[in-house]
Design a protein around this ligand. Structure first.
Ligand code: ADP
Ligand code: ADP
Length: 219
């Protein structure tokens, strides 16, 4: 469960996020939909304790992200794939994370296969990866700690159609097993394909919040 309460972020005079509140429930994919610059990434960074809010707050499983003991075991996060070390292979990157999270190394191979990065791709340096491959690796990193909650900022950007389909299936399965997913996109069809609930944001404010049926069915 993710609980967002009146989150606000100002950069000088500019209000990037303005009193945003919503909830993400277990067993559901919540699509966070809005145009570029709407405030999606800023909201997600605040939920994950990476950007301090001007006011308001958010909890994951009832506590602020920064108070979670061993956060990678509770929440898988994909916010900025560029944080991956260019000199390591995909497999090495995951193996290091597995050590930090104290996760069985066998998960590394399983997850590489799940995100479509097994074989030669796993042995290549991340520096030579396409953006889509880095997204795949980022999602594998997010899943490594077997978290109950996933927070993914534009996870399908840079993926080919097959990759997009795999990512949708993966997120759907995760939620169908009881996981909580918050997924952002600026494309309606991305959200429509996988989300149960949709939170629409524009200019820092929530402009709609409801089930896909409520929001997308013509009256
Ligand atoms: P989205 O993820 O929906 O594209 P962002 O959360 O990245 O939107 O950005 C929301 C707004 O906040 C934009 O107008 C952006 O320019 C501004 N913004 C984001 N980060 C900063 C920052 N570090 N300093 C100043 N303005 C920022
Ligand atoms: P950057 O400094 O650009 O963030 P890192 O090499 O620190 O790159 O991180 C690459 C990935 O490896 C990260 O996802 C991080 O969680 C993991 N990682 C970083 N340092 C260690 C470490 N000492 N042991 C295990 N995993 C690490």
């Amino acid at each position: 469960m993710i609980c967002v309460e009146q989150l606000t972020k100002r950069y000088g005079e500019h209000v990037a996020v303005d009193g945003v509140s919503f909830r993400c429930e277990p067993g559901t994919v919540t699509g966070f939909l809005g145009p570029n610059g709407a405030g999606k990434s800023t909201t997600m960074r605040m939920i994950c304790g990476l950007t301090p809010p001007t006011s308001g707050g958010a909890t994951i499983q009832g506590v602020p992200y920064r108070q979670l003991a061993n956060p990678g075991r509770h929440v898988g996060v994909l916010l900025d794939a560029s944080a991956q070390h260019a000199g390591r292979s995909g497999r090495e990157t995951l193996a290091l994370c597995a050590r930090v999270l104290d996760v069985d190394r066998a998960r590394v191979g399983e997850l590489l296969a799940l995100v479509g990065l097994s074989g030669p791709a796993a042995r290549r340096r991340v520096g030579g990866y396409s953006f889509g491959m880095r997204q795949r690796l980022g999602v594998a990193q997010a899943l490594l700690g077997d978290p109950a909650v996933l927070i993914l900022d534009e996870p399908t950007s840079g993926l080919d159609p097959e990759g997009v389909f795999q990512m949708r299936t993966l997120l759907r399965d995760f939620a169908d097993r009881g996981g909580t997913v918050l997924l952002s996109s600026h494309q309606l069809r991305e959200i429509e394909a996988v989300a149960d609930r949709i939170v629409m944001i524009a200019k820092g404010r929530v402009v709609a919040d409801g089930t896909k049926g409520e929001l997308l069915t013509a009256p």
